[in-house]
Design a binder for this molecule. Structure first.
Ligand code: PRP
Length: 175
């Protein structure tokens, strides 16, 4: 499986600039709690927050992966929780990819029950053609086709997270 570039690091930088401007407009005076979902969001999160030149706090949360193609969504769990309260905070969730929508739906419900002052979602890549449950994305980097995405924090079998561009996997020709 050989990664091909879908969006270059330059195109990612342009998207980051646009997202940061939108987020600054909405959160500049709110000291938001910015929550990244491990592991996939860590590169996006690191680049995004360095463009947010106003006070904010950073947290991470890790959810169990239920595995691609499985029907059951009952297996999503928090495996590494937050270390600060969410109640009354303006919370911005940062996610690398929304596919079926089950993971982010679980997390947004989980956070909403903790009674934040507000709760919004920033997503780097969205695959709308794969959606199984509706998701509202407040800040979106790229809408992408139904390809297997890797790079810029996103893995295939824990590989390729370190690639600086957003890539997709294409099977190598067997001829
Ligand atoms: C990926 C991605 C999302 C989720 C999206 O995480 O980071 O959290 O899948 O899929 P869904 O919309 O179909 O629920 P993964 O489980 O691969 O874990 P990782 O972030 O640690 O790579």
């Amino acid at each position: 499986m050989k990664p091909q570039i879908l969006f270059t690091r330059k195109e990612i930088e342009v998207a980051l600039g646009r997202l940061a401007a939108e987020i600054k407009r909405d959160y500049e005076c709110k000291n938001p709690l910015v929550i990244g979902i491990l592991k996939g969001s860590f590169v996006f999160m690191a680049d995004l927050i360095r463009r947010l030149d106003f006070p904010l706090e950073v947290e991470f949360i890790k959810l169990s992966s239920y595995g691609r193609g499985m029907e059951s969504t009952g297996k999503i769990k928090v495996v590494q929780g937050l270390s600060c309260p969410v109640k009354g905070r303006d919370v911005l969730v940062v996610e690398d990819i929304v596919d079926t929508g089950h993971t982010i739906t679980f997390l947004m419900d989980y956070l909403q029950r903790k009674k934040p002052a507000s709760l919004r979602l920033c997503v780097l890549t969205d695959k709308p053609s794969r959606r199984e449950v509706p998701v509202t994305i407040d800040y979106l980097g790229f809408s992408i086709p139904n390809k297997f995405i890797v790079g810029y924090g996103i893995d295939w079998d824990e590989k390729f997270r370190h690639l600086p561009d957003l890539c997709f996997l294409e099977e190598e020709s067997k001829s």
